[in-house]
Design a binder for this molecule. Sequence first.
Ligand code: GRF
Length: 221
Amino acid sequence: MKLVVLVSGTGSNLRALADAIDGSRCGAHIAAVVSDKRSAKALSFATDRGIPTHVVPLRRGDDRDAWNRTLEQTVAGYDPELVVLAGFMRVLGEPLVRRFARRIVNVHPALLPSFPGVDAPSRAIAAGVRVSGCTVHLVDEGVDTGPILAQAAVPVLPTDDRDSLHERIRAQEHALLPAVVDWISRGILSLDPAPALHAEASADACLVSPRLVPPSGNEPQ
Ligand code: GRF
């Protein structure tokens, strides 16, 4: 399955995905990495691995509609079967979301629908929750509002600060995101017309609670 991966930051999820692909744990191929930030460390990782990269920068005062169109054309140029947001810190505009409807997934560092948006680990600590985690979900035009595909839970320890919690969550993301991409590539998880898991999927390294759709198509009680 051909992927385009969108990144803004360090790219640890991109690395986890690339490592899973190289280790035959994820049946996909990264055709390109696209960033809104020239300085994203993820870009140098991609270049080192021989993956084509593109930067579509958005500076203050830029025309957002034009940026959305350029981003859509850049991604569409690779004709990906799935677009993966791996730490892409921009809300996608209509051109990309429409063109790749039900074919864009995002990884978020909280158990959605709790704590959508930025600084999720800090807000989980501030709220006093005892359990947080990560979510892989389909992307729509909202902020972390698309249908949930899979989640992994992470305890919030009394000693946690934002960084320690986020690191523990990241470790789960690194297992969950490649697992979900692999399920999609193998047809275990279909996304269209709505997410449906067709067989028990296992992600060894993490606690996953997918919603299994029985053969009848009825939701479990
Ligand atoms: C991850 O925690 C992801 O959930 C969020 O951005 C972070 C990206 O981390 N959307 P990295 O760049 O993959 O290390």
